[in-house]
Ligand binder design. Structure first.
Ligand SMILES: *Cc1c(COP(=O)(O)O)cnc(C)c1O
Length: 363
């Protein structure tokens, strides 16, 4: 029986899927959770009560609004989507990446991005049967290597280029002029992924409509609603009307629609929280940079990329875990990330625990 099922599976599951490892999420039970770029702050009690009341009156026997109109209008306002642009919503921006790849895939079509970058671009390209081309960032400051990008776009003619702005896992913003050059030179779409928009003043949103091949993607995950799973893709209707065709009906469930619309009506609460995270990012970054032998990279996101002294990343990661703090170990994820760790910015108390534990480990 098991021989037969193994034979069947290896015959029918595509080899590139069999070669993948499933997206791994670390077990965080009992630990200070600084591994996943979540907002550490919960909602004030009054807001929670009002939300619960709203959910009490929400019916789940009916399908949700297929176009999520109230939520879309609220999102367009909150995110500054320019007049005349269209939105498509996804079950997290991960689903939007998947919709883009599904609509673009075909013989000779590839996805291009930069490495180290957001792993889902590569994974979803693979799910959709598209080759992934990863162009290395510059080793010293993780900036875009324009000659290499031009050469790769020339050679591979990518259907879409994904650029996270700021980048994950490096935290930096690319030069605006470099991204503009990529937009000019790309043969197909360029998606600027602004998942970390709450933590930076930089954005390409206002440029939508000025370039035929530019789309901007956002998510509510990093602003404090990661559990709702909601992302948005904004751009010219000519593109978005096509992507909307591969969207599964009712992909944004009714609880998410009601809850996100409610949360965005109280956006000031989240703006205050993300402002606190931004301030803490500076304090945490300075404390980490003061550790002996540690390099801290400038971050415009809600996490910090740091490099430990050679060969210490694994030991520090384990030592932090033993002291009750979970972060992300990036050592081994990419050659440019050797000895690198990536803590998410937490509350002042959580950050203090991280700093204290690292001080003990660094000696
Ligand atoms: C976290 C992250 C996302 C994922 O967003 P979801 O809306 O939670 O799926 C997308 N892009 C980048 C660069 C991210 O870091």
């Amino acid at each position: 029986m098991s021989d037969t099922i193994d034979t069947l599976v290896s015959h029918w599951i595509r080899p590139e899927i069999r070669a993948l490892s499933a997206y791994h999420v670390q077990d965080a039970a009992g630990l200070v959770k600084l591994d996943a770029m979540e907002n550490p702050y919960t909602w004030p009690d009054a807001l929670r009560a009002e939300w619960a009341e709203l959910l009490r009156h929400t019916d789940v026997n009916r399908y949700p609004d297929p176009a999520a109109q109230a939520l879309s209008a609220r999102l367009a306002g909150a995110m500054g989507v320019p007049e005349g642009m269209r939105l498509v919503l996804g079950n997290g921006s991960d689903e939007l990446i998947q919709m883009i790849c599904m609509a673009l895939s075909g013989p000779g079509r590839c996805v291009l991005s930069v490495d180290p970058g957001f792993v889902m671009y590569r994974m979803i390209a693979t799910f959709c049967g598209m080759p992934y081309v990863g162009v290395p960032l510059r080793a010293d400051d993780f900036s875009l290597d324009l000659p290499a990008l031009r050469q790769a776009m020339d050679e591979h003619q990518p259907a879409v280029v994904f650029l996270a702005y700021p980048n994950n896992p490096t935290g930096n913003l690319y030069a605006e002029s470099d991204i503009l050059e990529v937009i000019e030179a790309a043969p197909g779409l360029v998606v600027v992924d602004e998942a970390y928009a709450p933590f930076t003043d930089a954005s390409f949103m206002a440029r939508l409509g000025r370039h035929d091949n530019l789309l901007v993607m956002r998510t509510v995950s990093k602003m404090g609603l990661a559990g709702l799973r909601l992302g948005l893709l904004a751009g010219p209707p000519a593109w978005l009307d096509e992507f909307d065709k591969v969207r599964l009906p009712y992909n944004i469930n009714v609880l998410t629609q009601v809850s996100a619309e409610f949360a965005l009506r109280h956006k000031a609460v989240f703006d205050e929280q993300t402002a606190r995270i931004r301030a803490e990012r500076e304090r945490l970054g300075a404390a980490l940079a003061a550790l002996p032998g540690v390099t801290v990279y400038p971050s415009q996101a809600n996490f910090i990329l740091m490099r430990t002294p050679p060969g210490r990343a694994g030991e520090w990661f384990d030592g932090l875990k033993a002291r009750g703090v979970l972060i992300k170990n990036l050592d081994g994820a990419h050659p440019l990330l050797a000895d690198c760790l990536r803590p998410t910015v937490g509350t002042p108390e959580e950050n203090d625990r991280l700093i204290e534990a690292l001080r003990a480990l660094a000696g």
